[in-house]
Design a protein around this ligand. Structure first.
Ligand SMILES: NC(=O)c1ccc[n+]([C@@H]2O[C@H](COP(=O)([O-])OP(=O)(O)OC[C@H]3O[C@@H](n4cnc5c(N)ncnc54)[C@H](O)[C@@H]3O)[C@@H](O)[C@H]2O)c1
Ligand SMILES: [Zn+2]
Length: 361
């Protein structure tokens, strides 16, 4: 079992990664020793697979435990499901000594984290990520929230989990496509921060695509370390350091919002990263061979490098302009200044962006 402690604004988050970790949740989550109550939250896909194990382990540790199951899917990151959780917490009379445990993907962890951030002005919460997206990204950083009909993640809070408990064997029940989409986020972390980790992906390609638990465990641990390292420098997203994590996401989100129906978030991010690499190349920040390496990397993980139904540039540009990474009236582009290094530019000419986006067609 791998264990790491990260500190964000003086709050410690303990990460435990290992096969069988969920079965030992009641032992590894340190606050379980104090007793009390816990609300475990999962979704309709994940609950039958992994939530019972966690519930059992917490009960064995002497806690009073309830399980709340929300419908699987992004639509559960809603005020309605939040109300369902508050009602459950009220019925349990969950006090300050109680806590919440998310067992699932990023939808469940964002929703559960926000319920925890707001119940009694903030109680503890724990994340047991079961999707690759949640394991490598959503479980670290303390961003919690729900969607509003006017937009994604409009209602939220920063609230750090006290523990992240991850069993890489859980990833087996994901579809190969979900694995590849999650790997896109891992490639993003490697490309922005760690050239050696890019090579590691290249070397371990087969084990990663086959979701081999030991390799996945190492993958998650390295991602957690990279993301935690960035977040710790800018916990509340004020200094701009955390913006580096948005590499590939400005164009990725535009594709996702305008023509991404049927595309996974990670697949849109792959397209966004390729466009980002090409913008970096056009500005002379990245060499041609490095740009080609990014493309080959995405292809080797069977991620898209072209999008047939891409919207017109005008439509995509309007989404890009509306992106939350826009400072004032300028888009802040997270670009690559090499493999494993980023630079932020807010003066990229529209023509260069247009060419990079059109190259995805
Ligand atoms: N808080 C953050 O920093 C952060 C970062 C990235 C993404 N997110 C959020 O996370 C969400 C996306 O996360 P996601 O991709 O995990 O979505 P998700 O939670 O909807 O999970 C995707 C699907 O996989 C299923 N699933 C999860 N684990 C499984 C497993 N082990 N076996 C079989 N099926 C499984 C789920 O039931 C769901 O149907 C978005 O809402 C996004 O905004 C948050
Ligand atoms: Zn992402």
């Amino acid at each position: 079992m791998k264990k790491f402690d990260f500190t964000f604004d003086e709050q410690v988050c303990r990460v435990t990664i290992g096969e069988g970790a969920l079965r030992t949740a009641g032992k590894v989550i340190s606050r379980c020793q104090r007793g009390g109550a816990a609300l475990v939250v999962s979704d309709s896909n994940v609950a039958p697979l992994y939530a019972e194990v966690v519930v059992e382990s917490l009960r064995e540790a002497g806690l009073e435990v309830r399980l709340a199951v929300v419908p699987a899917g992004e639509s559960s990151k809603s005020r309605e499901q939040l109300t369902v959780l508050y009602d459950e917490l009220a019925e349990m009379r969950l006090g300050r000594d109680g806590f919440l445990v998310a067992v699932g993907g990023g939808v469940v962890s964002d929703l559960t984290g926000f319920a925890a951030a707001t119940w009694l002005r903030g109680v503890d919460f724990v994340i047991c990520p079961t999707s690759l997206e949640a394991a490598v990204d959503a479980s670290i950083g303390g961003k919690t929230g729900v969607n509003h009909p006017a937009g994604k993640n409009l209602i939220g809070a920063f609230h750090q989990p006290t523990d992240v408990v991850m069993d890489p064997a859980c990833l087996h029940t994901l579809t190969p496509r979900d694995i590849r989409a999650g790997l896109a986020e891992s490639l993003k972390h490697a490309l922005i921060a760690d050239a050696a980790f890019v090579s590691w992906h290249e070397t371990h390609r087969e084990a990663l695509l086959a979701c081999q638990p030991r390799t996945m465990g190492e993958l998650v641990a390295r991602n957690v370390a990279i993301k935690a390292g960035v977040v710790a420098q800018d916990v509340r997203e004020r200094s701009g350091v955390r913006a580096r994590l948005n590499f590939g996401h400005t164009i990725g989100h535009a594709i996702e919002a305008s023509c991404g129906y049927g595309l996974r978030h990670g697949e849109c991010v792959a397209l966004g990263m390729l466009a980002g690499a090409r913008i970096s190349r056009a500005l002379g920040l990245l060499r041609e061979d490095e740009c080609i390496r990014v493309e080959a990397l995405l292809q080797s993980f069977e991620l898209p490098t072209r999008c047939e139904g891409l919207s017109s540039y005008g439509t995509l540009a309007s989404y890009i302009a509306g992106d939350k990474k826009v400072a004032g009236s300028r888009v802040r582009w997270v670009l690559l200044s090499g493999i494993g290094a980023t630079v932020i530019r807010d003066n990229v000419e529209d023509q260069i962006v247009r060419q990079a986006v059109e190259s995805l067609r």
